[in-house]
Design a protein around this ligand. Structure first.
Ligand code: ADP
Ligand code: MG
Length: 475
């Protein structure tokens, strides 16, 4: 810090001006010092603050013991001045004792310093497909692209809307709200959008994260008094994608913050994409004003899958895995595993893995065997009412005896069998089953289950009777 030093002490306002006399380009040494300090700020104040406030600080000049740095806005200048300038000066002085003052000036279009080391420019996914440019953002799954998304009737609208968002030069609707049941492809579509914007418009800052993570970040910012940085950060993205918004149900302050972020981004004409498990109007625990905002743009649902879509998906998956799976097996899967796509994929993976290990070909028989447990739970839902009816019929007793307090063996035993089958064939808990049997206690149900097991073990014809009933119900 010698080049600009004149030896003359200039104080106050005068020190802030250069009077146009000397060349202001900072020396190599000063530039190096500033680089070190600027880099150290990240560790000193944390990533969020650094990104929002300190990263844009750009060294402009150094003269008479004054280090002059610039920021792009007046607001930033004030903020840094009150919150961080003291410490920044200290850090500079530690490196070079002749630096006595820090002057922050506003220079519009100041070019942010490119620092080495950590990737900082939050640019959309270039080569780093892991997209970890934001610690805040969630990583994108490489498999979740438009190419791998099979379009069918149930998801056609959501898919078309997603394509519109990535293909439009402007914001076609705001927000895009995608909703549907679990495992139907909401997250897949969201990632596909993020990937494609990254490809087509890499200058855009795309931020994808779950509502849960949004809340976590917000609470963290609150705790460390960094809400300003938090706000700035979220308001600076071009595309904000929040997955599973239902998560912030009942979380009032997070909703409030999200509401403001939402409005700020809409005002700036930035794209927002939201997913949820329900339509905006059905979101319980979400404030009315937020619910109505969420429905402002395009609301697109993903319906439960159809056989055709499921078949399309397993076929696509077979091609992807390059696995040898006969068509009847795929048809069987599409027919049987109907709950959601995630389970369908899981079933397919399982039979492929099994064939790999056993070195056997995949056949309809092997598939049924490997998926036995899964298929059982996917079979038609059996209700307790049905069980009671069937058992009463079988033993020729009245249906009302299933609920009655009568303890005669000829009604008590069938009732126990019905309880046993209810435990075996439904997902109901013991207390729930007890309630269905005339408000009996769960210990009574437990006792019934044990008793029937015991009898079945000791008496082959009794066991067969129970088995016949089970088959009739699961048939
Ligand atoms: P959600 O977020 O709605 O719970 P996901 O997006 O996580 O569901 O989807 C679950 C799984 O099903 C993922 O592996 C996804 O790739 C797959 N999937 C869902 N819909 C489709 C589709 N239309 N085409 C291909 N794969 C799909
Ligand atoms: Mg999801």
């Amino acid at each position: 810090m010698t080049k600009n030093e004149t030896g003359k002490a200039i104080d106050g306002a005068a020190a802030n001006k250069n009077f146009g006399a000397e060349p202001l380009k900072p020396s190599k040494e000063i530039t190096a010092i500033w680089k070190q300090v600027h880099k150290a700020l990240r560790g000193e104040f944390g990533e969020a603050v650094f990104r929002s406030w300190l990263k844009p600080l750009t060294l402009q000049a150094c003269y008479h013991g004054t280090l002059e740095v610039s920021v792009p806005t007046r607001f930033m200048k004030d903020w840094i001045q009150t919150h961080y300038s003291k410490r920044i000066l200290e850090m500079c002085t530690e490196k070079d004792g002749s630096i006595k003052r820090l002057e922050i000036v506003v220079v519009q279009n100041a070019i942010p310093q490119e620092d080495e080391g950590a990737a900082t420019q939050p640019k959309a996914n270039e080569n780093n497909k892991s997209s970890d440019q934001f610690e805040i953002a969630a990583p994108l799954d490489e498999r979740f692209t438009f190419d791998s998304f099979v379009v069918g009737k149930p998801n056609a609208l959501a898919h078309a809307a997603a394509r519109r968002v990535v293909e439009s030069a402007s914001v076609p609707f705001n927000p895009l709200f995608i909703y549907g049941g679990v495992g139907l492809g909401k997250t897949h579509l969201m990632h596909a959008i993020a990937w494609m914007i990254g490809d087509k418009q890499p200058e855009k800052q795309v931020m994808y994260l779950s509502a849960e993570k949004f809340m976590y970040q917000f609470v963290k910012a609150l705790r460390s008094n960094e809400t300003m940085a938090f706000k700035e950060f979220f308001r600076s993205v071009d595309v904000l994608m929040i997955d599973d918004i239902q998560f912030i149900a009942g979380k009032e302050s997070t909703q409030e913050e999200f509401f403001h972020t939402f409005n700020a981004l809409v005002d700036q004409n930035k794209q927002i994409i939201i997913s949820a498990d329900k339509a905006p109007s059905d979101l319980v625990g979400i404030e009315e004003r937020l619910r109505s905002r969420l429905a402002w743009g395009l609301v697109a649902d993903i319906q439960p899958s159809t056989y055709e879509l499921r078949l399309g998906i397993v076929k696509a998956k077979r091609d992807q895995l390059e696995a040898k799976i006969p068509d009847p097996v795929l048809e069987f899967l599409a027919l049987k595993v109907t709950s959601n796509i995630r389970e369908l994929e899981g079933a397919l993976n399982r039979i492929v893995a099994h064939a790999d290990v056993s070195k056997n070909e995949i056949t309809l028989e092997s598939t049924q065997e490997v998926l036995q447990d899964l298929l059982r739970s996917h079979d038609r839902r059996i209700t307790i009412d049905e069980i009671q009816r069937k058992v009463a019929e079988h033993y020729n007793i009245r249906l009302s005896d299933m609920h009655s307090a009568r303890r005669a063996r000829q009604v008590a035993r069938p009732r126990q069998i019905a309880m046993y089958l209810a435990k075996q064939l439904t997902a109901r808990s013991l207390p729930e089953i007890g309630r269905k049997f005339g408000g009996r206690d769960h210990t009574t149900v437990m006792h019934a289950v044990r008793k029937i097991e015991e009898l079945s073990n000791g008496d082959a014809s009794f066991a067969q009777d129970v088995e016949i009933l089970r088959r009739a119900l699961t048939g």
